[in-house]
Every structure is written in structure tokens, then in C-alpha cells.
Design a protein around this ligand. Structure first.
Ligand SMILES: Cc1ncc(COP(=O)(O)O)c(C=O)c1O
Length: 454
């Protein structure tokens, strides 16, 4: 008897953030292999991976050189912890990341995932301030609708009420500030992006003052906010936030779990927007997904209290900086360098934007926004008034139609309504015009059909 993959998946596998009832009658999509920007299902059908899996597969699928790096490392030293010991791959990777990261972001603490990276950064900020005698600083500011992960600490930083309420009470200290959605800027700040950026940054200062500066440890911001549909920072926003943080002794954490490793055309998003964070958190693209790895890169001054006497950062996880993952990350960075993947994004991002903007002639497309190879397309009911869809319409449109229709048409992307409804795109960094055209054509036909159903 042959193993029935579909039946076994339905009986035993629990998919993440997935309404399992949706698969009572229909099949669970099973992806079996990948090559370049494409993946293939168990029936042999090809899909353009317009989301790099989940913002991960930067170098594309089917890179045997990354598989070989994993195999070589596992044969030599499969595992050893970073608790009191080092291993060559982690050392080399830490040095390489320190070299690539801006300014004096020179110290690397590895994890296995983005949530752990975020959790680690908040814990570091808390312990750092305690060691400095600033005992009251524990709060963390982050933006409305921003996603920073699912572990309890990361969830407290996340700004999405719908995915938090089931798990409350969460660790105390999470404070929300406005995001940088210029399309939906409040009317008093909608005059120009610069004006909007000043307002949004100053809201961070107002929150710090309201909470009491002595109680605030850090601010968590993504260079381009993912959740809500790719909100780029207005010009000058990060510079203003940096000086607000400096004024109040608050640490600035750049959560680059999505935005690092070429997604925005640079190794780090902070580089693109010209600011120096105190901590960068990363994961996803570090290995292009060929093995799991995350971490944080921190500035010298944050390490200083841990360099003398008895002080120890009281934190760690078994698989952090796993030798296989570290070796894969090094090989991944070799590909980045050899093929200049960040340069490819910079060279083609204008064409990507222009191709997606062609969709603006559709009545359902309200806004096309993003940077690099990271775009969101906001869907609206009325373009002139920017009226959005209500909950029932979102349910019918996104879950009932778009998600399946886009996939059936051969495109992996994300139809999301954690904020206003958006389609999100983040293709592998090897993509060029032929792939942008494919994305545009599929979106055009599926969105046209969606509009006829509104
Ligand atoms: C900005 C950001 N931070 C943290 C995370 C959590 O990462 P992980 O799913 O690896 O735990 C994500 C995941 O998408 C993210 O986008």
C-alpha cells in the first residue's frame, strides 16, 4: 500500500496560522521541490514563488551548493552548543556579519528563529539597563499592526490584537505607537510624507514621555513594516526616531527578520535608510532557508557591561548558531557576494515597482507600496474614497476567493487582512522582468475576477 500524503497530512499535520477546517473537503497544497524562483507541487504543477516561501528563500530554490555546505558541516561537526564553547562556523559567521553590519554593530548572539531573536533583544535590553543601575527600564514600544513574532515576549511586542487576545495576559510593558501607513495618514498629517514622518516619529517621543522615560527600554521598528502591507519609512523618519531615542536613553532595535539580507537591496535595511540601530534582529534570509538560523547583532556599548566581573547574559537556546545553519549561512553569503544579489535588487527594483504599478488601473487596487523586492498592494472597495472592505467582505474576498485563486493561477503570494486587505509580494532576489511580468499578469486576471465578485 502506498503512503497517502494527503490523507496523512489531514490526519496528523497541524499547519501554522491555518484554519484547518478549510481543508475538510479540499486538498492541502503539498510542495515537493523547488528550482530558482519556482516551486512544484506533488502533481508536478509549477508555481512562481512570489513570497520566497515566507520572506526566506533569497537565493532561490534548488541551490545544491547550500545543501553541500550543510552536508559537509554535519559530517565534520553536526552539533555543539554555543554555551561556553565556540565552533568555527559560528565564529566565522559572527565575524562576517559584524563586517557587513553598519557602524559598531560588532557582536552577534545567535538564535534559531526570528521570534527568539526578538525575545533575546528585549531580554538583553532589560538586563543591560539593570546592570547599568537603570532598574525601571523594561517597556518596549512598537507600532500598530506590526508583527514581531509569536513567543510570549515577541507577542507582547506585536501590535496585532487578533493574534494576542487568546494568550493574554502577556508579559507587561508592550506599548503601541502609530505605524507609517501614509496611504491612511490622519488628515492633519497627510500633507506630505515628510510632515507625516515628523508626526509619526514624534508620536514615539510622546509615548516615551507619557510612559515615563525611566521606564522605557527600547523601541522595535522594522525598516519597512511588513504587516499591514509594506509601509516604507517616510523620509527623515528614522533619523528623527534615532535622535528621540538618544535624547531619552532608549535603545533602537531594527527588527530585520524580513528586511535584512538583500530584501531591500542592502545587507541590512538600516543601511538603506541611513540609521544606526543599537540592535539588529535577523533570521529568515540569513540562510535562504536551507537551514534555520536567527540572531541579533549588537553595538559595542551594549556588550560592555557583560565584559567584566561576574556578569553574564542569562539567556540561550540549545540549537542557536547550529553548526550546520552557520555553515549554510556562510555559503549563502558567498552566493550573495558572487552574484551580487543586493545589487540585483537595486538594479531591478524600479522595474518591479513599475510593473506592479500597472495594476493601478484596476478599480480594486488602492495603493502599491514598498521598497526593494518587498511590496504590498492594498485592495479597496472605492478608490476615490479609499473605502475598505468590511469583515464579511474580507472573509469572502481574501479567504473565500483570492488566496486559492492566486495559488491555482500559479502564484505563491499572500492575501492578508491583518490590517486593511493587501496582497504581499517578496520574490527571491534572483528575479528579473520576466518574473515581474508573470506576477503582474496573474494578479491582473485574478483581481479582475475578484472585482466582478464584489
Ligand atoms: C519582523 C519580524 N519579526 C519577527 C518574526 C518572527 O520570526 P519567526 O517566525 O522566525 O519566529 C517575523 C516573522 O515573520 C517578522 O516578520
Amino acid at each position: 500500500m502506498t503512503f497517502d500524503l494527503q490523507e496523512a497530512a489531514k490526519q496528523h499535520l497541524w499547519l501554522h496560522f491555518t484554519r484547518m477546517s478549510a481543508y475538510g473537503a479540499g486538498d492541502i497544497p503539498v510542495i515537493v521541490r523547488g528550482s530558482g524562483p519556482y516551486v512544484y507541487d506533488d502533481h508536478g504543477k509549477r508555481y512562481l514563488d512570489g513570497l520566497s516561501g515566507l520572506f526566506v528563500t533569497m537565493a532561490g530554490h534548488g541551490r545544491t551548493e547550500l545543501a553541500e555546505a550543510a552536508s559537509k558541516q554535519a559530517s565534520e561537526l553536526a552539533y555543539f552548543p554555543l554555551w561556553s564553547y565556540a565552533h568555527p562556523a559560528a565564529v566565522a559567521l559572527a565575524a562576517r556579519l559584524a563586517e557587513l553590519a553598519p557602524g559598531d554593530l560588532n557582536r552577534v548572539f545567535f538564535t534559531t528563529s526570528g521570534s527568539e531573536a526578538v525575545e533575546s533583544a528585549w531580554k538583553l535590553a532589560k538586563q543591560y539597563f539593570k546592570l547599568r543601575g537603570e532598574y525601571g527600564r523594561y517597556k518596549v514600544l512598537s507600532r500598530d499592526i506590526a508583527y514581531h513574532g509569536t513567543s510570549m515576549g515577541a507577542l507582547a511586542i506585536t501590535g496585532l490584537a487578533d493574534i494576542k487576545s487568546a494568550f493574554e495576559p502577556l508579559p507587561p510593558g508592550g506599548v503601541r505607537v502609530p505605524n507609517t501607513n501614509f496611504y491612511r495618514a490622519p488628515s492633519f498629517a497627510a500633507g506630505s510624507e515628510e510632515e507625516f514622518g515628523v508626526w509619526a516619529a514624534d508620536e514615539i517621543e510622546r509615548a516615551i514621555l507619557r510612559e515615563g522615560p525611566d521606564s522605557v527600554a527600547c523601541v522595535f521598528l522594522e525598516p519597512v513594516q511588513n504587516s499591514g502591507g509594506c509601509f516604507p519609512p517616510p523620509p527623515g523618519y528614522f533619523q528623527r526616531v534615532r535622535s528621540i531615542c538618544d535624547r531619552h536613553g532608549v535603545l533602537l532595535v531594527s527588527d530585520e527578520v524580513i528586511c535584512a539580507f538583500g530584501r531591500l537591496g542592502y545587507y541590512f535595511g538600516a543601511e538603506r535608510y541611513g540609521y544606526l540601530p543599537d540592535i539588529i534582529t535577523f533570521a529568515k534570509g540569513a540562510t535562504s532557508g536551507y537551514s534555520p538560523l536567527g540572531g541579533m547583532i549588537v553595538r559595542e556599548h551594549l556588550m560592555e557591561p557583560f565584559l567584566s566581573g561576574h556578569s553574564t547574559f542569562l539567556h540561550g537556546v540549545t540549537f542557536a548558531g547550529h553548526p550546520v545553519s552557520a555553515a549554510v549561512a556562510l555559503a549563502n553569503l558567498d552566493i550573495f557576494e558572487r552574484e551580487d544579489l543586493p545589487g540585483n535588487v537595486r538594479a531591478h527594483e524600479g522595474a518591479f515597482r513599475a510593473t506592479l504599478e500597472k495594476l493601478s488601473d484596476l478599480p480594486i487596487v488602492g495603493d502599491v507600496r514598498g521598497a526593494g523586492y518587498f511590496y504590498g498592494i492594498e485592495l479597496v472597495k472605492d478608490k476615490a474614497t479609499k473605502e475598505t472592505f468590511d469583515d464579511d467582505e474580507c472573509e469572502r474576498l481574501l479567504r473565500g476567493f483570492l488566496s486559492h485563486a492566486l495559488f491555482d493561477a500559479g502564484l505563491v503570494c499572500r492575501a492578508d487582512d491583518r490590517g486593511d486587505p493587501v496582497i504581499q509580494l517578496a520574490p527571491p532576489l534572483i528575479c528579473t522582468q520576466e518574473h515581474f511580468d508573470m506576477i503582474e499578469q496573474i494578479l491582473r486576471s485574478v483581481l479582475t475576477e475578484a472585482w466582478s465578485r464584489v
